[in-house]
Design a protein around this ligand. Sequence first.
Ligand SMILES: Cc1cc2nc3c(=O)[nH]c(=O)nc-3n(C[C@H](O)[C@H](O)[C@H](O)COP(=O)(O)OP(=O)(O)OC[C@H]3O[C@@H](n4cnc5c(N)ncnc54)[C@H](O)[C@@H]3O)c2cc1C
Length: 376
Amino acid sequence: MMLFECEDKAIEQAVRDSRDQAAALLPSLEGRDFRGRWRVMAATGLLRADEGSAARKLAMAEGLGWAGLDAGLCYAMTSQLFGMQMPMRPWLSEGQRRRLAGLESGETLLCHALTEAHGGSDPMSMETVAERQPDGSYRLSGEKRFITAAPAADQGLVFVRTGKGRSPFDLSAALVDLAAPGVSRSAPLAKTALPGVPMGVLSFDGVRLSEDDLLGGEGAGFSVLTATTTWERALLMGYALGPMRRMLEQTVEWGRARQHFGRAMGASHLVAGHVADMSLALYRSRQMLYGMARRIDAGAPIRQLSGEAAMVKISVSEDFTRLSQLAAQLGGVRSYIEDSGRAVDLISPLAAMTYAGVNDLLRISVARQAGLPVEN
Ligand SMILES: Cc1cc2nc3c(=O)[nH]c(=O)nc-3n(C[C@H](O)[C@H](O)[C@H](O)COP(=O)(O)OP(=O)(O)OC[C@H]3O[C@@H](n4cnc5c(N)ncnc54)[C@H](O)[C@@H]3O)c2cc1C
């Protein structure tokens, strides 16, 4: 067994099957817009949330990235699956379930709208508000910024204030039809990380919501957010396993083929040490992610996993960044030439330190759980 294969044979086979399926689909992505590419890749079945375990889904995500699927598209699909579809299931009413039925085929696209102008790290300070009306409906006003897929999405899971204080029960989670009157969205932002998925601003100007638009009813927002962020921190970085594996393979191949000083580059102990560090980063990340998936599949309550999920998110995002940096270093100048076939994207891995909970704040929560009297 190669060092960087999954030790579980069934999982390794699922990764390989997904890689082969994706490789066959990649040519048909040419010339399509973001939604078109999303639909093509949804045909892999990745977004069928009820089919297969979390570990199987992780294997599929790994396979897509290993095949070379654009990191932005892979990130966005993995984010919808693990950060929205799976965690939302316990809260959905029949009507909400019907509205979201198209997520599985890729016909409907959902975005997760939390961050506002002054930042995303402190949800209790959010200003987007859903005010209850005398007829029991709500009026939604405010703005969500830096939202992945917002320029293309049909529905938004929008976190709103329904109370005035800083109690968790002052927040609610609304399923908002982004074609409804009063919703507007910006043009895509000129994002440098993960350019394969658009990002934008969502503005709400007196949008009418019914009671059935709130997941779990008024005041359940913080619980929904805890579930979506914990799931996301636990598994989203699975999308990075494919690119990590690909970069490691390419680097080993390069180290064997490239000649320096009359011998293979990979015969240098320093180069070998860097390749060993890359292997460790992939190995550690895979152990952590599949370990989380197995815990979830075994039925561990998601709220008990938040501390571990934060550690997985920190560790994998930093290993992804370190591995990419080493791949770029060992690839030499070709790492910076777009059509060299060996270009390395250094910005997208770095962005993983920011989304799904900034690593510095996650570190604070880990230290708090370890017993230190430290607040955000
Ligand atoms: C690629 C990408 C995709 C995204 N997609 C979405 C999305 O789909 N939906 C969404 O809602 N948001 C999304 N975001 C936004 C993201 O959630 C926010 O960027 C994040 O919450 C941090 O907010 P901020 O960028 O305003 O950083 P800030 O909150 O300003 O933090 C910046 C830095 O300050 C430091 N810092 C801040 N406070 C502390 C503290 N108390 N202790 C120690 N250090 C601190 C940290 O180093 C931190 O990294 C995305 C971001 C990126 C990069």
